[in-house]
Design a protein around this ligand. Structure first.
Ligand code: DX5
Ligand code: ZN
Length: 222
């Protein structure tokens, strides 16, 4: 299992300290939410900040592009130091081509689905993916509540990944906290994004430890 805290919920006046705190807390990735004010209403981080994050941490950057026509910016986000780039099925007419271009540039490729998008949208591309990201909130803002219907979708994607026989990470993003992470893990997720669930707590290390414990208690019982 991996924990990928979303830097969007960090204090941007002290990013270096926040990244250091995530390293001390043994986070696995740093989740970077890129929003363009078109695909989602909010505007957040661009390649310039990703490049600064890269210089400030040794943790892999898990870059989530919530932007229209992500093909326009893949090269920039690769150059900025992204380790994984995830694009949305809803944001491009040429998903296969975008995924190939991410991989051709030597970066891991992920695809994400909004809550209303069917798992079938990734069926024909699954063999090319390193990660599938199931959105458990409508993208755009941190601090929203987990959509309960996401559990069935996570389970369906888990099944697809197992049947594909490929090593594909199943990431879930939105509304994950210590209190519900176990349920998300039980459905089959193995990478957990958490913004307010980590940064909204006083001790990131304790929170991440508690999240791991919740998930591990599941495997212990199984
Ligand atoms: C939503 C973003 C999420 C979000 C997570 O558009 O993709 O990564 O910041 O924040 P929480 O965990 O607070 O829902
Ligand atoms: Zn995200």
């Amino acid at each position: 299992m991996k924990i990928s805290p979303s830097i969007l919920s960090a204090d941007f006046t002290k990013l270096t300290a926040e990244l250091k705190a995530l390293e001390d807390a043994k986070a696995d990735y740093v989740h970077v939410d890129v929003m363009d004010g078109r695909f989602v209403p909010n505007i957040t981080i661009g390649p310039f900040i990703v490049e600064a994050l890269k210089r400030a941490t040794s943790l892999p950057l898990d870059v989530h592009l919530m932007i229209e026509e992500p093909e326009r910016y893949i090269a920039d986000f690769v150059k900025a130091g992204s380790d994984i780039i995830t694009v949305h099925v809803e944001a491009t007419k040429h998903l296969h081509k975008v995924v190939q271009s991410i991989k051709d540039l030597g970066v891991k490729a992920g695809v994400s689905m909004n809550p209303a998008s069917s798992v079938h949208t990734i069926e024909d591309i699954i063999h090319d993916l390193d990660m599938i990201l199931v959105m458990s909130v409508n993208p755009g803002f941190s601090g929203q509540g987990f959509i309960p219907g996401s559990i069935n979708k996570i389970a369906a994607v888990r099944k697809m990944i197992d049947e594909s026989g490929k090593m594909i990470e199943l990431e879930v993003d939105g509304g994950i906290k210590v209190s519900n992470i176990k349920e998300v893990a039980r459905a089959g997720a193995d990478v957990f994004v958490s913004g307010s669930g980590v940064f909204g707590t006083p001790d990131y290390r304790k929170t991440i430890e508690a999240m791991r414990k919740e998930v591990e208690s599941l495997t212990a019982k199984a």
